[in-house]
Design a protein around this ligand. Structure first.
Ligand SMILES: [Mn+2]
Length: 284
């Protein structure tokens, strides 16, 4: 059985409905939950509230990284990625660095200085690299969580120039949608797995549902056309067999925006297909 943790928060998104994503999956899928943090009414500033929730998620993720060969983190908006991967990075720090594959329509590489919307789900990549608000960059331990050379981003097609400039300066490998169309998702994922596992003690995969084409998976707050083809993704998951990730994170699923459970069924299939190459069962 694959262990599962989560954080049901949508505070970091413009549309907070993705807080319902983990709850919906908890209700409808028979997963092995080891902890699900709920965002309650908060009277703090957003950044303060998000940092505190991510501290709790990082504690769960820290323990599971040490205890389990592989686990799932099912979160609301993508600002929760800071908690998941800060916990994992701290847990393996003695053995080495953490690698990360970030599958997303967006770069999520803003800081409070560059973001027009101020939405914190647009900032987790900057925070994990050690840039931006101290309350986000010091979760788990005081060090940057991921080095730029150990990060690969897949499915990108919507971003602000400041984000791209920032990541290009750091030499982060970004697989934009046009490159994926040209070379195929399997080739790109294979290359990404090599990048993130080469100089690391382990790597994670963070999957934003909005990386998929919104015609196939409409249940996201910030849809962008011309995304990944879900079938091509399912076909490519066997690539994890040779270098299995430490954990897989699912973010930004907003069940209130789904149509005929399209996105729900894709998620169910994705989790099932993901477990197979890792020789695990995902549902009880
Ligand atoms: Mn994202």
């Amino acid at each position: 059985m694959v262990a599962c943790i989560g954080l049901a928060s949508g505070i970091g998104a413009g549309n907070p409905g993705c807080a319902k994503g983990p709850l919906e999956l908890q209700k409808r899928l028979d997963l092995d939950w080891r902890g699900l943090i709920l965002s309650k009414e908060h009277h703090q500033e957003k950044m303060e509230a998000i940092a505190s929730l991510n501290h709790s998620l990082a504690e769960l993720s820290y323990s599971l990284t040490l205890e389990e060969p592989f686990f799932l983190s099912i979160v609301g908006d993508h600002s929760c990625g800071v908690g998941t991967w800060s916990g994992s990075a701290a847990a393996i720090r003695e053995q080495g660095d953490l690698g990360l594959i970030w599958i997303d329509a967006h770069l999520d590489a803003h800081t409070s200085q560059t973001s027009d919307s101020g939405n914190i789900h647009g900032m987790p990549i900057a925070a994990l690299l050690g840039y931006g608000d101290k309350r986000l960059t010091t979760i788990g331990d005081p060090f940057p969580k991921v080095r730029p050379k150990n990060l690969a981003m897949i499915g990108i097609r919507s971003f602000e120039p400041a984000e791209l400039r920032f990541l290009n300066q750091l030499n982060v490998r970004i697989y934009m949608m046009d490159e994926i169309e040209r070379r195929g998702l399997a080739v790109v994922l294979h290359e990404a797995i090599e990048i993130v596992s080469k100089n690391t003690a382990g790597y994670g995969v963070s999957f934003d549902l909005d990386s998929l084409d919104p015609a196939a998976a409409p249940a996201v707050g910030t849809p962008v056309d011309k995304g990944l083809n879900p079938e091509e993704l399912l076909d490519a998951l066997h690539l994890f067999e040779s270098h299995p990730p430490l954990a897989f994170e699912l973010a930004e699923y907003n069940p209130l925006l789904d149509r005929n459970d399209k996105s729900f069924y894709i998620i169910e299939q994705l989790l099932q297909s993901l477990a197979r190459p890792l020789c695990k069962t995902i549902f009880r």
